[in-house]
Design a protein around this ligand. Sequence first.
Ligand SMILES: [Zn+2]
Length: 240
Amino acid sequence: MPVNSNKVSAYTIYVNRWGTLRLRCLRCGYLGPSDGPLCPRCGFPLIVEPRGVLRIDREKPSILRYASVLNYGNKAVTLGEGLTRIRRVNGVMIKDESRNPTGSFMDRGSSVLISNVSGEVKVLFEEDFTLSIATYANAAGIGIRVYVNPDHVGAYAELLRLSTMSNVTIEFSEGGHGVDIIYGEPLFLDGVKTIAYELYEQVGEVEGVVLPMERGYLAWRFMRALGNCVSGASLVTCRG
Ligand SMILES: [Zn+2]
């Protein structure tokens, strides 16, 4: 697929696709369009409402089994992400997200987000998030410009992998202005929520879940989705 030279901000998707996308603020109740990932009324991160009613396609061994509620673009960009196995270690059940194509849960979000994007997109270097976005963009024939802040220590392993990808241009600058995709986008989190669906499908009712936390997007989106399946499950988050 040729790379489209027209630069299309991912943010414009939320406006242009308003006819099919529904953005909602869980803090103030805002429901409507936005020119960015935050609520235009109170600044809280927005979520995109499910595309339809949940119908599980058990033939699909990936997050495509939940496509009925995922806001894919015209064509789903998939590398087989999701449906990661549950492992038991010392009596504790662990969902092994390292089995995703680039080794993290980020691939769930990248699949949905990149399917809505065309043209070159600009993104900050945020280790596993950027590597995942770039990998899915590569699969879709989309060019990525990655801004690496030379004043910040980053993960060399991810940077090295990015440097070998033909669709990636690395620029050593702060970036900042004109960045199209950031971690926590509503369409990105739309894919991330599938962890909760899978947990319910694989394990059923759970009493509690422990999640790693950095900024809290994963925990926040996970619990919103899990709450649609079970009630009363507790959540513990931990840093590191
Ligand atoms: Zn709001």
